[in-house]
Design a binder for this molecule. Structure first.
Ligand code: MLT
Length: 404
């Protein structure tokens, strides 16, 4: 008799952003005149930069000509893009990452959810709490997380590392030794950054206990503090203990185009086995490469004009972040993040639960944010707003929040 993967049945509710979309759609259909401002999911609103559009058009034209038409892309990515990434994201920062250690994909979400399948089924994971839900959910699907406690909303076989204002949103080294440690900096959802010194502590710890750090650097373009690391490979020893995920979604507005990459150093080993060939094997078997035109678009992000245009786009979103942050603080809210990341992480007013505040904001102000508790139990009484909206909507949202 055919059966289903029972691990899927263990997942409580839906994916966080699907739940939010469902609630908002329901509200919108019952209140068709409501002018809803969506500052929930971190989806970009600025159009793709001109240098990328130009590269896209050129690549599309190539596809129409027999001599320049391309079929399947090389499964690990085109050399032109892997070379550009290696030079611009790594060598320029002193990180020894070669093009053949870069795996081009359709985005960081797929990679950071799929990576767990090359590790042993009994690997113990450690996550920050709150955390991007994909890390935990993908391990639930793989049957690695034990049983779910609906009262604590925690899994028995996951090491949670609380990040709250009490520890300045910086996780402490876990007491129990993990095999895989998920870290995301600049952090989603708390919008906080990590110093090089602090990140080095994690690298030293991973090397000491033989763990691997799965480092999500999707928001590195938003770092404003010049001393903060953009890559974990800026830390000594990280080539031996870390995998890094990067995305074009947030830094170049590719949420709808899909492009990202994963870096696995060739010398990285798990219990004596090289990890790089396993991911190459997985990629080759399960993935047929990001489209040629999208990889050419990605290459254009690294052109001189592309870099300048991207910088301006990121600055635009960060000016929303500064605006939201300053206005909320002026209105008396306790606010974190928004300095080195495009997320504002605020305490809910009057001790309201995260979902209570979500409902209040949706129904009273027609503003959508993300309830902190959706990212984990330590996110309760917190709320996330994204700076990826338009400036006009950020201003209008603040006006409405002030009138609550
Ligand atoms: C978020 O809002 O946390 C992200 O946009 C979700 C994602 O990247 O999948």
């Amino acid at each position: 008799m055919v059966t289903v993967n029972e691990n899927y049945l263990k997942l409580p509710g839906n994916y966080l952003f699907s739940t939010i979309a469902k609630k908002v759609n329901e509200y919108a259909s019952n209140n068709p005149d409501a002018n809803i401002i969506r500052l929930g999911i971190g989806d970009v609103t600025e159009p793709i930069i001109p240098s990328v559009i130009e590269a896209l058009h050129k690549a599309v034209d190539e596809m129409a000509v027999k001599e320049t038409f391309r079929g399947y892309a090389p499964d690990l990515g085109y050399d032109f893009l892997r070379n550009a990434i290696s030079e611009n994201d790594y060598k320029s920062r002193g990180c020894d990452i070669n093009p053949d250690e870069i795996f081009v994909s359709d985005g960081a979400k797929s990679d950071c959810s799929n990576i767990q399948e090359i590790f042993g089924a009994d690997s113990k994971i450690a996550v920050c709490d709150p955390v991007y839900p994909v890390y935990v959910d993908s391990n639930v699907m793989a049957g690695r997380t034990g049983t779910y406690n609906p009262d604590t909303t925690m899994w028995s076989n996951v090491i949670y590392m609380p990040c709250t204002s009490d520890n300045n949103f910086t996780p402490e080294l876990p007491k129990e030794t993990p095999d895989l440690i998920y870290l995301c900096y600049p952090n989603n959802p708390t919008g906080t950054g990590i110093s090089k010194e602090n990140l080095q502590k994690w690298v030293d710890y991973a090397l000491k206990v033989g763990a691997i750090i799965l480092y999500d650097a999707a928001y590195e373009a938003y770092i404003t503090d010049a001393t903060m690391p953009h890559s974990i490979y800026e830390c000594e020893g990280a080539l031996d203990c870390a995998i890094e995920f990067r995305s074009f979604s947030k830094n170049a507005g590719f949420t709808g185009m899909r492009l990202g990459f994963t870096v696995i150093p060739k010398r990285l080993k798990a219990s004596g086995e090289a990890v790089h060939p396993l991911w190459a094997r997985r990629h080759g078997t399960k993935y047929n490469g990001a489209p040629y035109i999208v990889q050419r678009a990605g290459e254009a992000v690294y052109s001189e004009s592309g870099k300048a245009e991207i910088k301006a786009q990121v600055a635009k979103y960060m000016s929303n972040a500064t605006y939201l942050r300053n206005e909320l603080i002026a209105a008396g809210y306790e606010v974190y993040g928004g300095v080195n990341a495009p997320y504002i992480w605020m305490k809910t007013p009057d001790g309201l639960g995260s979902w209570e505040f979500f409902d209040l904001l949706l129904k009273t102000a027609n503003v959508v944010g993300t309830p902190g508790v959706g990212f984990g139990p330590s996110g309760e009484n917190y709320f996330r707003l994204t700076a990826f909206g338009t400036y006009e909507n950020s201003v209008e949202a603040i006006k409405r929040i002030k009138n609550l």
